[in-house]
Design a protein around this ligand. Sequence first.
Ligand code: ZN
Length: 221
Amino acid sequence: MNYQHHWADGEKIDLPIGKTVCAGLNYALHIQEMNSQASLEEPVLFIKPATALRPLGDTIAIPSGRGAVHHELEIAVLIGQTLCNASESEAAQAVSGLGIALDLTLRDLQSELKKAGRPWEKSKAFDGSCPLSRFVPIRQCPPLNRLNIQLLINGECKQQGNSGDMLFPIPRLLTEISRYFTLLPGDVVLTGTPDGVGPLASGDVLELSLDTLLKEKTSVA
Ligand code: ZN
């Protein structure tokens, strides 16, 4: 495993690597494209283990023989302080930095598992399923409800989103997570994908951005 948290300027972040807690179905248009139903009382949550993390700059290796791998572009939140049953203001205070991530999803496998009524962990938490960018220190970021993300594939815009459109805004989302899973320094939260998800193909070139703060480029092997 070669992943380590880094700041956008390349400096290593002195925080351990832990779990990544992910929100599903946090943007209305993505819920529509998945033919799913919004859950407005509590977010849909799942976890990727530390072994899912890869530096976003590394070439993406698609698992072979397991069907389509979809890209899900997401804002990544780096946690700097422990959060357990936290309030929204405690949650906002605990954000140490922001980045971008891909929540890679074995979509065919996920659909099969959903249909069979089984947990879809294998489709989301497999090795390498979470390419993760460097982080911008929170003091350099716009307000948490005004963040833009964008994904271009081979020069064409495939996904864009604004955190103002989240059903569970970032502080509320961290609060909800902390009721079930204590967030520790070094943990990461993925905040859900906007619409436009789709399959990756060998040779694709991906350009990802978080406002004007962060630009990353990667490709599919
Ligand atoms: Zn996702």
